[in-house]
Design a protein around this ligand. Structure first.
Ligand code: NAD
Length: 360
């Protein structure tokens, strides 16, 4: 296990067990150089504990990079609760989990993720201050509209790079997933006059988007074969792999899902070989993180919106750097993140530990 932690540079992993309420959770803190480790709590029915550990390690590392590239003063962390989010949620489960978060004394701050909601965050908040994304006066609420705004401006930056214009009028976009992020994204895409094809493993969710916003429904597996300008993954991770990449018929992949590349190096290369521009997932989907950060930094709605919209410029910079240096876009963004962390670590080394000077 320690070899796995060392491989990706994780600082700390906490295993949380409370059999009385059925809690089995893992909290992973990847890197706190830039600030406290912030990242959502995912609830998922993992087949094995090992699968849950791999997921939380991968996701927490992604949060370090996401915060670094978004210019936030936050480290990277993530948590998973092992269980079925449809049948196993109780107030006591989340309150118990909240107590474990509290024991980390702010080294880890949690938020919503797949399988958890604002209500769950309210339960966690009964036991700890270290939670963001709660409703009402205490919090910034549902982050997905801001995630969707970031994905939308990111798609326009990719369109500018590939087609020479950021206009999406008449462009065909294939959207995977019809959840919170996708619904907000499709609203904006339709406003711009884009044609949307959408799918979800829950057909009724995708059909509801089609009826409400005017999109075309396809079966989940057919989404990879759709001839389109932009493929936008907004469901789960690892969907860009050996099987799916050869099937894609798009010029751009740009969507909100985390960890889209099954194998970061190989699949980024496969996309380049196919002539497809990839908007790195953790850069384009940072809007939700920026929104919850407002709770820590005290930003106004306007400041949050401006900061989320800056994802447009960040992506243009990454696309340019990748093209100039002949590297994958994910490598360009990793480089930006790693340089920022290294520089801040250097500043810490310079100042922390200076002895106090007493004149008496
Ligand atoms: P969500 O749970 O509301 O929606 C996900 C949807 O994907 C669900 O409707 C689900 O049925 C569907 N789905 C799952 N597997 C599928 C498959 N194989 N094919 C088609 N549909 C499938 O989640 P969300 O909040 O919309 O987030 C979507 C993605 O974006 C996730 O990967 C999440 O980690 C990422 N993300 C979300 C936020 C946010 O603010 N909500 C922030 C950053 C990243």
């Amino acid at each position: 296990m320690f070899a796995e932690l060392e491989l990706y540079g994780h600082e700390q992993v906490a295993f949380c067990s409370d059999p009385q309420v059925g809690l089995r959770a893992i909290i992973a803190i990847h890197d706190t150089t830039l600030g406290p480790a912030l990242g959502g709590t995912r609830m998922w029915h993992y087949a094995t504990d090992a699968e849950a550990l791999t997921d939380v390690l991968r996701l927490s590392r992604g949060m370090t990079y996401k915060a670094a590239v978004a210019g936030l003063n936050l480290g990277g962390g993530k948590a998973v609760i092992i269980g079925d989010p449809h049948t196993q949620k109780t107030e006591m489960l989340f309150r118990s989990y909240g107590r474990f978060v509290e024991t980390l004394r702010g080294r880890y701050i949690t938020a919503e993720d797949v399988g958890t909601t604002v209500r769950d965050m309210e339960w966690i908040r009964m036991e700890t201050r270290y939670v963001t994304g709660v409703a009402g006066d205490h919090g910034s609420g549902d982050p997905s509209p801001y995630t969707a705004l970031g994905v939308y401006v990111g798609i326009t930056a990719a369109a500018k790079t590939v087609f020479g214009s950021e206009s999406l009028a008449g462009k065909r976009v294939a959207v995977q997933g019809a959840g919170n992020v996708a619904r907000n994204l499709v609203t904006q895409l339709r406003k711009d006059g884009a044609q949307v094809v959408i799918t979800d493993i829950f057909e009724d969710k995708a059909r509801a988007v089609c009826t409400e916003l005017g999109a075309e429904y396809v079966e989940p597996d057919a989404i990879y074969d759709i001839e389109c300008d932009i493929f936008s993954p907004n469901a789960l991770g690892a969907i860009l792999n050996d099987t799916t990449i050869p099937r894609l018929r798009c010029a751009i992949v740009a969507g909100g899902a985390n960890n889209q590349l099954a194998d970061e190096e190989r699949h980024a290369r496969m996309l380049i070989e196919r002539g497809i521009l990839y908007a790195p997932d953790y850069v384009i989907n940072a809007g939700g993180l920026i929104n919850v950060t407002s709770e820590i930094e005290g930003w106004s709605r306007q400041q949050v919106t401006r900061k989320v919209e800056s994802i447009y410029d960040t992506l243009l910079r990454i696309f340019r750097m990748a093209s100039d240096s002949r590297i994958a876009t994910i490598d360009a963004s990793n480089r930006i993140a790693e340089e920022r962390i290294a520089h801040v670590r250097h500043i810490h080394r310079t100042y922390i530990g200076t002895p106090a000077i007493r004149n008496s």
